[in-house]
Design a protein around this ligand. Structure first.
Ligand SMILES: Cc1cc2nc3c(=O)[nH]c(=O)nc-3n(C[C@H](O)[C@H](O)[C@H](O)COP(=O)(O)OP(=O)(O)OC[C@H]3O[C@@H](n4cnc5c(N)ncnc54)[C@H](O)[C@@H]3O)c2cc1C
Length: 423
């Protein structure tokens, strides 16, 4: 079997792998770094990010927006600020810009600009790219690591694992990086999907495709523990939208260990305020007026002047008022409808799925990895970066910021001459 020798191999051609390759090759020179990618082409997930626009970072990057292993998150963020992100992409000839909410995108509004920038720099640095290379095993020897695929072997002195997670398998994320870690006896914390839709016990088929601006609040045994505003998207099996994604990590964490924020909890619910722009009393006054306008219509129409009609009907049904006409509604009924529009309850009924998740929570933590270098504590010369690490961020560019920052950190560390001395 053909054996290729290289100083540094990077497994995974996503944002973290490319950044590791660039940081390393900038220090160690042409022909010293090779990217091994299992798919026929690199960067597939990157191209799908931000609906094809790639929300690469956020002006508000700070540790509060990250979950999992805080030691690693803080160390990477200390080494890589938002202005470092702009400088890094500036060095690749890629201009970034922020929107009003602080989300940072390439000026071109195209994810391909980011991927092309990374590829161009790799090519200029003489980084070798090898696609359709599926590593079957990694063996450590006294000079480094031997990576074996079905038909080839690569030997390297330094190895960076940047194989991403299990989230979004339709983009090729099969989680095979975790098997490689396991083969090297590197432990991972429990993996679960984050930033995904929430399946609920309430299955409102009529709401499929309906959207409403509002606020969602996660209730742990009735107590509010988290909440966000945005566009709530209703599906036939639950709720979705960025604001719901933001709650999904805690929801999935509950299905994993029965806890929310570390506290045991018996029941979780999501309260949707689909009339968040208007207070309860004002809403009651508005509905009193509507009662006259919709006098002969069914109660389900009462909120249809303010909401999608399907949502208006679901609210009346949830209040068991569908059979009444608007003219028959009393003040108590009006208050009940207003209260329901301000607090429509959804009960999460199961763990979300990796297939519809943007990221994976859990992974390799600081018990296995030195947070300052991202080098394995067990295997000198082995580095881990990107989503394989036990760090996941909120929606809004935080995950790609971490992927780029951790990739650059791992690549810089891997470029160091004498590993033992450097650390
Ligand atoms: C639909 C969608 C939209 C998103 N939008 C955003 C966004 O706008 N902003 C944001 O911050 N985050 C976003 N994310 C999250 C973000 O894409 C990831 O956090 C980020 O891509 C992780 O980078 P990575 O390099 O660690 O892994 P990946 O991007 O997954 O790259 C890993 C690479 O390794 C390859 N690979 C996997 N296993 C192996 C193996 N065994 N051998 C060789 N190669 C292997 C994969 O094929 C892939 O090319 C989104 C995610 C999804 C699914």
């Amino acid at each position: 079997m053909e054996i290729t020798n290289i100083r540094t191999a990077v497994i995974g051609g996503g944002p973290s792998g490319y950044c590791a390759a660039i940081a390393c090759a900038r220090a160690t020179g042409r022909g010293s770094v090779m990217i091994l990618e299992k798919q026929p082409r690199t960067g597939r997930k990157l191209l799908a990010t931000g609906n094809g626009r790639c929300n690469i970072s956020n002006e508000n990057v700070s540790p509060e927006h990250y979950h999992g292993d805080r030691v690693i998150a803080e160390s990477v963020l200390r080494s890589f600020s938002v202005s470092d992100m702009k400088d890094f992409f500036g060095s690749l000839g890629v201009l970034l810009r922020s929107d009003q909410e602080g989300r940072i995108y390439p000026c071109s509004n195209q994810a391909v600009t980011i991927l092309d920038g990374l590829k161009r720099e790799c090519s200029a640095l003489g980084v070798i790219e090898r696609c359709s290379f599926m590593p079957r095993s990694i063996k450590k020897d006294k000079n480094g690591f031997l990576i074996t695929s079905d038909d080839a072997q690569v030997h390297c002195q330094r190895l960076v694992l940047a194989a991403g997670s299990k989230a979004a398998p339709q983009l090729g994320a099969d989680g095979s990086g975790y098997a490689l870690l396991k083969g090297l006896n590197i432990r991972c914390s429990e993996l679960f999907p984050a930033l995904c839709p929430v399946s609920t016990a309430e299955k409102y088929k009529a709401l499929k495709g309906v959207r409403a601006k509002g606020r969602v609040t996660l209730l742990s045994d009735g107590r509010p523990v988290a909440g966000t505003e945005g566009e709530i998207q209703f599906t036939d099996g639950g709720i979705s939208g960025i604001c719901v994604f933001e709650l999904s990590r805690k929801v999935n964490g509950f299905f994993l260990d029965g806890k929310v924020d570390g506290a045991i909890c018996k029941r979780i619910q999501i309260a949707a305020d689909v009339m968040s722009g208007i207070g309860f009393n004002e809403l009651c006054g508005y509905l009193e007026g509507c009662r006259r306008v919709f006098y002969n219509d069914k109660a389900g129409e009462l909120l249809s002047g303010a909401l999608n009609v399907q949502l208006s009907r679901v609210i009346a049904k949830a209040c068991a008022l569908s059979d009444k006409s608007c003219g028959e509604l009393g003040s108590r009924d009006i208050k009940q409808l207003a209260a329901c529009a301000k607090k429509l309850i959804f009960t999460p009924d199961r763990m979300g799925e990796f297939g519809s998740a943007q990221v994976c929570a859990g992974g390799v933590g600081s018990d296995e990895i030195d947070p300052h270098t991202l080098m394995s504590r067990k295997h000198k010369g082995l580095f881990v970066c990107g989503e394989l690490l036990d760090v996941d961020g909120d929606c809004g560019g935080f995950n790609l910021h971490f992927a780029v920052g951790s990739g650059l950190m791992a690549g810089r560390s891997a470029s160091a001459g004498q590993i033992g001395l450097h650390y």
